[in-house]
Design a protein around this ligand. Sequence first.
Ligand code: SF4
Length: 639
Amino acid sequence: MGKNITQKIIASHLVSGKMKAGSEIGLRIDQTLTQDATGTMAWLQFEAIGVPRVKTELSVSYVDHNTLQQGFRNPDDHQFLRTVAAKYGAVFSPPGTGICHQLHLENFAKPGKTLIGSDSHTPTAGGVGSLSMGAGGLSVALAMAGEPYYITMPKVVKVQLEGELTGWATAKDIILHLLGLLTVKGGVGKVFEYAGPGVATLSVPERATITNMGAELGATGSLFPSDAVTKKFLAAMGRPEDYVQLKADPSAAYDEEIVIDLAKLEPLAAKPHMPDRMATIKSLAGLKVNQSAIGSCTNSSYADLKAVALMLKGKRVKPETDLFISPGSKQVLKMLADENLLQIYLDAGARILECTCGPCLGYGGSPMSAGVSARTFNRNFEGRSGTQDAQVYLVSPQTAAMAALNGAFTDPATWGEAPAKPVMPKKVPSIRHLFVFPPEDGSGVEVLRGPNIAPLSRFGRTPDVVEAGVALKVGDDITTDHILPGGTHIMSLRSNIPAISEYLFTNVDKEFVGRIKQMDGGVIVGGENYGQGSSREHAALGPRHLGVKAVIVKSLARIHRANLVNFGILPLLFVDKADYDKVAQGAQVAIPAGKIKPGKAVEAVVDGKLKVKLTNDLTAKELDIILSGGLLNAVGASR
Ligand code: SF4
């Protein structure tokens, strides 16, 4: 039987495991990307692994998240990232050059290659046929050190695109439609592979809008074929040699299939506060819009922003509606400048922002209290915009521009005839000279570490018997935001584990940090679904720094469980959930860690008398990692 594209790329990068959906596979990784918010920790981890030079074909360190906040912390991080990249052989993308995914798509992503990035929207590069996945910082560090990346062999979903978009419908509406259909859980364990005659009608940036928001489906990745459109894009970007054709075999099989008729789509919006709460713009007509924000790694390409310029030409946005425009890269900005399109934004009353993430993660540009914001971004979780009660709608650039012009959502039937899609120039101005390429020999480079860069903590082996007090007992549905709250003042401490650890559980129990320090470590007891939410590895690393040795819970969220393993914390489950009630905060627990076997129960002793059965769902490899004191130690031991 023939292969689909996903299977072809996996087969050519397979290091271990069987290509059977659900089995663990190890993949050779060709490229990595990091961004500043997660990158400082990934690079500290890379240094700790002790490899003198990155071993991937290409690793790029982007700075796009924390760029304009007050104080020394961001610039300290940037200098660290610039020098560490030079020393170890990675490309550095300075702050303001652009958003990592847009820049990577334009300048580095290659069809048929594997890419992992310490950012959940890394699958954007699937727009040129690169199998691209978001990963934890430590996994990226290990890939840079030449280690395989382990994933569960995904199911492959064929998304058959029929027909062509018409009227005001855009690529954003394709992925919003799919999100409405499948929900934010619909892509877990799957790669979405696009096929059918509709593919050829979409440009690479349009494809990338779709693969970018595959992350909101929870998908492992999303892929487009590499075809004549890809070839033209790579040639325009000045790298025709990167083109290879990639297509599924005619007899390829898929695990699932979805058909979308593009001609039937219309402008959509994801309503507050989830990317899958779909409504037509028509149904929202009349809703006042206080702010429109155009940009982010989802919709900040030349074609997106030119389409907006054409709509704004000769017009003025409503003074009561703020309009932000953040170009995705300096390349995009230069193209707009070359065609005098920036004048149009200025005359229309728009605010032009730096080429960074900015408002997407609430770093500037927050909506007014209870304000309605039409954003071309990919996430609209409550509070993400920086205004807790804001109502964020995820829309296309065209919908956002029209909302700014009218001060409200209006029926697309009243917008007039949609202009033709802007076509990218055949030759795009290069910004290659703005990237800092590493010297051949980086051994003489001094890595600059300002006070915001704390040395990485190393942890000891797990003792045969873990004897510790219960430092904290929490209930069900504790999220990574409960464990480590967000916010710019906390997130700017990401490179400093001792400092960021001071904020652990502060919104749950303000005494926790002081208590666990006094106890010299401990265990945490929790209810169902402990650790749900983001992949934030600081939510495991921080507790480990404070001496948390085990979490004992009724059930665990998948990604947090993986992070606990990586940092050497035992994730244990009550065999009898009723025992949760018997283990109080402050109790003393003795866990026979050395006797734990994969999937088997052991007996822990509480307060010297009560016996409580605890089990686990760990593999033998994961258990080894924990007992070694975490993945860094385990990798060190195997070298
Ligand atoms: Fe993440 Fe938004 Fe930046 Fe994209 S633009 S990488 S979603 S913060």
